[in-house]
Design a protein around this ligand. Structure first.
Ligand code: FES
Length: 79
């Protein structure tokens, strides 16, 4: 990333945005959670949950594919 520490010689980390799914980040990845703790994935490509519905948050567990439920039990497409 030319504008970040490390200079132009450091390859940029690539993030793929799926508008209906996770952020796909070239790993390894460390994510700092709201409580300040850090979790790490050493996968080559890491799916980071962007919908907030994953039971394995911050990692995507494909819950974004399932219809969400409202308080009255009705299903919605967007979670
Ligand atoms: S983006 Fe897949 S579970 Fe949230």
């Amino acid at each position: 990333m030319p504008d970040e520490p490390g200079g132009a010689g450091v390859p940029a980390r690539r993030v793929l945005v799926d508008p209906e799914g996770p952020l796909l980040v070239e790993g390894p990845v460390e994510v700092v959670l709201e409580d300040g703790s850090t979790v790490r994935s050493d996968r080559v490509m890491v799916a980071v949950c962007a919908c907030g519905r994953s039971a394995r948050y911050p990692w995507c567990d494909t819950s974004h594919r399932r219809p969400a439920r409202t308080r009255d039990g009705a299903r919605t497409r967007d979670g």
